[in-house]
Design a protein around this ligand. Structure first.
Ligand SMILES: CC(C)(COP(=O)(O)OP(=O)(O)OC[C@H]1O[C@@H](n2cnc3c(N)ncnc32)[C@H](O)[C@@H]1OP(=O)(O)O)[C@@H](O)C(=O)NCCC(=O)NCCS
Length: 200
């Protein structure tokens, strides 16, 4: 994995939290206003959105534009890093999913989603692996939390592979279902990340 800091186009939020990370198949880079259409298209898919806590349905281009603006604000505040997944060699640099590190000032948490046409090829495993490696190399944090609504086998498989441990159960709101759902809470410490023998 190659880490490149900073430069991506002319739109550039907080440099420390806007890396450009290259993996074997992907470039992970900060979101830009021009990504709104792609984000809306993939996140507007209920099969993606129903597994996420704060996503309304339908999810419009305006929602995506607002979301990208919020990502820019939290990046500037130093509390979150939100990276879009682009296939290497994609000249149009279309964002196909997102990995985000939230609450970096309090209780760092990672979240992610991928457009449905791209599921099942190990892309998110690759993206999450690179993001966690970047986070522990560049941020002063001791642990990262995650989790998933009960039944989200793919998400929990990715987390287990990375070394996340289940630390409990909670209830979290689903905007789409308009109720609280059972949530599996997980955690990856810096020590477990450093000691991991596993790779995606
Ligand atoms: C979760 C998600 C990001 C996975 O992306 P992906 O690129 O398809 O994941 P990968 O190909 O890296 O697969 C991850 C693991 O899940 C397994 N998996 C994938 N889809 C699965 C399914 N439907 N049922 C069971 N296992 C599945 C894979 O076999 C793999 O397991 P392994 O590492 O033990 O081989 C994608 O399905 C998604 O965006 N879902 C909706 C949003 C979401 O759930 N986000 C996470 C919220 S906590």
């Amino acid at each position: 994995m190659k880490l490149l800091s900073g430069a991506f186009g002319s739109w550039r939020p907080h440099v420390a939290l806007s890396p450009c990370i290259e993996t074997g198949r992907l470039v992970l880079r900060p979101l830009e206003p021009a990504d709104a259409e792609a984000v809306a298209a993939y996140l507007g898919d209920i099969e993606v959105a129903r597994w996420l806590v704060r996503v309304p349905h339908p999810f419009t281009t305006k929602d995506a534009t607002d979301f990208i603006g919020q990502c820019c604000t939290t990046c500037d505040l130093g509390t979150a890093a939100t990276l879009g997944l682009v296939m290497r060699g994609d000249d149009r640099a279309i964002v196909r999913g997102i990995v985000a590190l939230h609450s970096l000032d309090t209780r760092p948490e990672v979240g992610f989603w991928l457009g449905r046409p791209f599921w099942g090829h190990g892309l998110m495993s690759e993206a999450v692996d690179a993001t966690l490696t970047w986070a522990y190399a560049n941020l002063d944090i001791d642990a990262i939390t995650a989790g998933a609504f009960k039944g989200n086998v793919a998400s929990l498989a990715i987390q287990t592979r990375q070394g996340f441990e289940v630390v409990g159960m909670s209830c979290r709101p689903s905007l789409i279902e308009n109720r609280l759902l059972d949530h599996v809470d997980t955690r990856l410490t810096r020590a477990r990340h450093a000691a991991r023998p596993w790779r995606p």
